[in-house]
Design a protein around this ligand. Structure first.
Ligand SMILES: NC(=O)c1ccc[n+]([C@@H]2O[C@H](COP(=O)([O-])OP(=O)(O)OC[C@H]3O[C@@H](n4cnc5c(N)ncnc54)[C@H](OP(=O)(O)O)[C@@H]3O)[C@@H](O)[C@H]2O)c1
Length: 275
């Protein structure tokens, strides 16, 4: 068995789907290990792959770990095996921690983003020497190429990659929601505003592949015309400043400067978390 998935949540199932659809893996080459044997059978049936127990792990070549980082300490001793290779997509868990907890230096650290769902992820990879020599890094490169672009980067850049590329869908979704909210505020039906915001983000992404961001901004913002005349990020909490609503931590015993009991001027939810 070529690959065992441990964790078939949002990320794991999309990587599995990409690998099967692109023919990189066949269903009979894939196993799944659930939290419990029943959960494993349920997931295996849902995805047409083989259910495995911990005792079966030795028959696999590699394991993809796609559980939440908080679940890893308890999971590690249960899946540790000296003759397997491991690929982890867990945020913030370094190759040295993986190797120590799994008692195995064949570890690859990967960082995809939510765009695996549509096969458009940017995935960073790094690996310990033992994983490179055993072909685990090459395997991971081919696996993640089924769901987007792959970048090999040094491990010291992983936190930056996680904060920027892996988190980017969340940041840009906030921008899209703010754009749509602005459209709704000006009278547009919400469904149309959301569709237009999504289209604008996707089209801008394409434009940015061949242009510097400043060029795109300047080509839209003619002097004296929108968006150069649109709101600027200066005065928190005012209508027309949906990108920059600030959400201040309330003073001890006090209320937030923009709490729920303090209706936002535009009826907009605050876009950003506490500062
Ligand atoms: N979401 C993102 O945008 C993103 C981006 C980059 C990296 N990541 C990383 O990817 C990992 C998975 O994220 P996710 O968003 O896919 O999380 P998720 O949707 O919460 O999925 C995690 C899955 O792990 C399973 N699981 C937990 N403990 C298990 C165990 N002991 N044995 C077997 N399966 C177990 C859960 O199974 P049940 O279904 O049975 O509860 C759940 O389906 C995380 O480590 C995260 O840091 C996420």
């Amino acid at each position: 068995m070529k690959l065992v998935f441990v964790g078939l949540g949002k990320m794991g199932r999309s990587i599995l789907k990409g690998a099967l659809e692109r023919g990189f893996l066949r269903p009979e080459e894939v196993g799944v290990l659930g939290r419990t044997p029943e959960r494993g059978r349920e997931l295996a049936e849902a995805f047409g792959v083989r259910p495995l127990t911990r005792a079966d792990l030795g028959m696999a070549e590699r394991v993809l770990i796609a559980v939440q980082p908080r679940d890893f300490p308890a999971l590690a001793p249960e899946i540790a095996h000296h003759r397997l290779g491991y690929i982890s997509i867990m945020a913030g868990i370094s190759t040295s921690v993986l190797a120590r907890r799994l008692d195995n230096r064949r570890v690859v650290r990967a960082m995809p983003n939510l765009a695996v769902v549509i096969g458009e992820s940017s995935t960073a990879l790094t690996a310990l020497r033992e994983a490179r020599e055993a072909g685990d890094l090459a395997f991971a490169r081919a696996l993640f190429a089924t769901v987007g672009d792959v970048y090999e980067i040094p491990e010291h850049l992983f936190d930056a990659f996680t904060g920027m590329s892996a988190s980017a869908p969340a940041y840009l979704a906030v921008v899209a929601e703010a754009l749509a909210d602005a459209g709704v505020k000006m009278g547009m039906p919400r469904a149309l505003a959301l569709r237009l915001a999504a289209d604008a983000l996707a089209a801008t992404g394409e434009l940015l592949k061949g242009r510097h961001p400043a060029q795109v901004k300047d080509e839209v913002a003619s002097p004296g015309a929108p968006p150069s005349t649109a709101s600027t990020p200066s005065r928190p909490g005012r209508c027309g400043r949906p990108f920059t609503r600030r959400w201040r931590r309330p003073p001890r015993g006090g209320t937030s400067s923009a709490s729920r009991s303090d209706p936002t001027p535009c009826g907009l939810a605050p876009a950003w978390g506490p500062r």
